[in-house]
Design a protein around this ligand. Structure first.
Ligand code: ADP
Ligand code: ASP
Ligand code: MG
Length: 433
């Protein structure tokens, strides 16, 4: 049972988590938690500003103590960890810079604190529980700080968790490399952790508890009338995730896909609701369009080659540089001597620098990506055309668009300011029509 940042964001939601876990005690749950909402951002900001001497660790400490206070838990429960945060910030000021390794270490305190608080809240409610740091439980990764990849588990995680007293409340997001340095699985990585622990204990089900009633036909923050989807295939959710829907981390699906463990997204706000089941195959007739995903901010990059080299050589170099940067792109459009693709704004500067040697580089900021996820054949038969016609009729300009040859997603780039209208129109067209 994995609970995300919002689900453990305040005392009230943690009490709700306690109730939800209590109801499933007979299934012997392993609980995986994120940091309280906003804490990872705050810790990373702290680590980035600490070298300049501007860091203030009091606000983070107070946020945690306020939750403890409201839950009626001992106020000094987290003091050892909060002192480490203060010492680390001081250390970074002395060193004058925060390495990726230091950023991971700093970020790790969010989950380490929240696991202790949630375990204490369970105990307080009479449910035996113990906080477990993922690195102590044996979750190991490579040393790619900030985006570490898990190493194979030899059964040690299961053995460790079996020895824990009561319900193990494990930290999501974090692990350790083979030297014992703390690593993170990348932002929003707790879903992935849940899947890894689910595999490690050979779970009968992996439940991802969020503040939404499962996966919906669009982000409910943009489309309040988005409809709940009761079942989806792994492939559909992977498409949704890779085209920007934050609702489930794409890597969270891989272990479940490989082992066939049931995966379900459920809502802490509506615990009675079944949420969304994510399965290998979903039998029965399916609507051609399943959901609309978006990435709210993107930069469109166009690289034009000097035509002194064959197109394949040019493209190989462009994608080689992207691989170096570990930068994912999409959609992509290729012309004879130019390539255009959308990237996350965080990569824009690095991409510009890397591409500078390959040709003329033009960056357009203020873009957004919209992806319509559906059945590949239906999209090809007319869904994609319908999307383009709908947007053209509304005067929304589509910049770069495409559907993968196998793909169940048709993705396009629009101006960020047109995003809310684009999504509302497409939702209306595909789900209300
Ligand atoms: P947590 O951190 O609690 O695990 P996130 O906040 O990362 O959860 O993800 C849940 C959020 O994802 C929801 O609050 C919702 O706004 C957003 N979201 C985006 N697309 C969708 C979608 N298609 N269905 C449901 N939620 C979505
Ligand atoms: N706390 C981490 C983050 O904010 C991991 C997660 O919430 O999944 O990215
Ligand atoms: Mg999250």
């Amino acid at each position: 049972m994995k609970f995300g940042g919002t689900s453990v964001g305040c005392a009230r939601s943690i009490r709700q988590v306690v109730q939800i876990v209590r109801q499933q005690l007979d299934r012997r749950p392993v609980v995986v938690v994120s940091a309280h909402a906003g804490v990872t951002d705050a810790l990373l900001a702290l680590a980035r500003t600490a070298p300049t001497g501007a860091a203030d660790t009091d606000a983070i400490a107070e946020r945690h103590r306020a939750i403890l206070r409201e839950l009626g838990l001992p106020l000094d429960l987290l003091d050892p960890l909060l002192l480490e945060v203060r010492d680390l910030a001081r250390g970074l000021r002395l060193v004058g810079a925060a390495s990726r390794k230091a950023l991971d270490l700093m970020a790790s305190y969010g989950e380490r604190c929240s696991a202790r608080t949630v375990a204490a809240a369970l105990q307080q409610a009479g449910v035996p529980a113990s906080a477990v740091d993922a690195f102590t439980a044996g979750l190991r990764t490579d040393s790619a700080f900030g985006r570490a990849r898990p190493l194979p588990d030899d059964g040690r995680i299961r053995t460790h968790l079996q020895r824990v007293v009561g319900v193990p409340v494990v930290t999501g997001f974090i692990a350790a490399d083979e030297q014992g340095n703390i690593t993170t699985l990348g932002r929003n990585g707790s879903d992935y952790s849940a899947a890894l622990f689910g595999i490690a204990v050979d779970a009968e089900e992996i439940q991802i508890w969020k503040d939404v009633d499962g996966v919906r036909t669009a982000d409910p923050r943009l489309v309040p009338g988005a409809l709940p989807i009761r079942s989806m295939t792994f492939a559909e959710v992977c498409e949704l995730a890779s085209f920007g829907s934050k609702v489930l981390h794409p890597a969270a699906m891989v272990p479940a896909m490989q082992r066939g463990i049931a995966l379900r997204v459920r809502s802490t706000l509506e615990p009675e609701s079944p949420g969304t089941a994510i399965e290998r195959d979903v039998p029965g007739p399916r609507p051609p369009v399943r959901a609309i995903a978006h990435r709210a901010t993107a930069v469109l990059v166009t690289v034009t080659s000097q035509r002194l080299q064959p197109q394949h050589t040019f493209l190989a170099k462009v994608f080689g540089e992207l691989a170096e940067l570990q930068c994912d792109v999409g959609p992509v459009a290729v012309a004879e001597a130019a390539v255009t693709f959308a990237v996350d704004p965080g990569f824009a500067d690095a991409v510009q620098t890397a591409m500078a040697g390959l040709g003329e580089v033009v960056l357009e900021t203020g873009q957004a990506v919209v992806g319509v996820v559906g059945e590949a054949a239906a999209l090809a038969r007319g869904g994609a055309a319908e999307l383009l016609t709908t947007l053209a009729a509304a005067g929304i300009r589509v910049r770069c668009a495409g559907q993968g040859a196998l793909g169940g997603t048709f993705a396009c780039v629009v101006a960020a300011e047109a995003l809310p209208r684009t999504i509302a129109l497409l939702h209306e067209r595909f789900f209300r029509g």
